[in-house]
Design a protein around this ligand. Structure first.
Ligand code: SF4
Length: 254
């Protein structure tokens, strides 16, 4: 399986997916490199070379508010059938220093041109302890937040959170949000978060976060580490069933 090439623009798609229907993608990051606050073993873009939890020094590589809003307005005039505008792209979108302002601007354009569609963000959850990011996420119809494991030891192995980014900080941030979806990648091999013990620790955290929806999945592309394996659909379904029974949450396998 091959790694995914970086997005080469600010607006991409629309892409069709089971989770989001027809979704127009927005990449708030550089087209030259992945910029992220995690270095996940399973990242489909490969290892993170620009690893940071503050993107201020990369500002010159990132689009401005108008760099985003102008092509977005054009795209919304052109693509008439959309379900979501989704912020994702080449790393962690909430690292953009103007993330709250960009959300406000996207919201304004969307209300003017296509009020019936939603805004989604795919985030790795490392910034949701910041008040400004939480406020921005609360304006979004569907924040989809990453939580792959239930403890710091596994978080280090799976997501390689750099020193200031800890599992507890992420967990506290997630607990303070409501109306979110959680997305979880399960893998086996050098790192394995699909064992009974790991799944139990993850379920305990889910219960406290109490999301609206939990999306679980496994690999379908190349990964940064070449020592990972896909978790079979039958085991994913088993994990979903156990988690549903223990928490009563909506859990879906993708
Ligand atoms: S958070 Fe996403 S983009 Fe960042 S390293 Fe992990 S999988 Fe890759």
């Amino acid at each position: 399986m091959n790694l995914l090439p970086l997005q080469q623009g600010i607006i991409y798609g629309p892409l069709k997916s089971r989770r989001l229907g027809r979704s127009l993608g927005i990449n708030l990051l550089s087209t030259a490199f992945k910029l992220c606050s995690l270095n996940c073993s399973y990242c489909q873009y490969g290892w993170t070379k620009e690893l940071t939890n503050s993107a201020k020094k990369y500002r010159g590589y990132l689009p401005s508010v108008t760099d985003v809003t102008q092509p977005l307005a054009q795209a919304l005039r052109f693509h008439k059938e959309l379900d979501y505008i989704t912020l994702s792209g080449n790393g962690e979108p909430t690292l953009h220093p103007d993330f709250p302002e960009i959300i406000d601007a996207i919201f304004e354009i969307k209300e003017k041109l296509m009020p019936n569609i939603g805004i989604a963000v795919l985030s790795n959850s490392t910034t949701c302890w910041r008040a400004k990011i939480r406020q921005a996420l609360r304006r979004i119809e569907l924040p989809i937040m990453k939580l792959d494991v239930g403890n710091q030891v596994s978080f280090k192995k799976m997501n390689h959170g750099p020193a200031p980014v800890t599992f507890d900080k992420i967990f506290d941030g997630l607990k303070s949000l409501s109306d979110i979806a959680i997305q979880t990648m399960f893998v086996r091999g050098k790192v394995d978060n699909s064992t009974d013990q790991e799944v139990r620790s993850w379920i305990n955290r889910l219960e406290e976060i109490n999301p609206l929806w939990v999306q679980i999945y496994s690999l379908d592309r190349g990964t940064a580490s070449d020592q990972l394996e896909r978790v079979e659909p039958a085991r994913l379904q088993e994990i979903a069933n156990i988690a549903k029974e223990m928490t009563g949450l909506l859990i879906e396998v993708y």
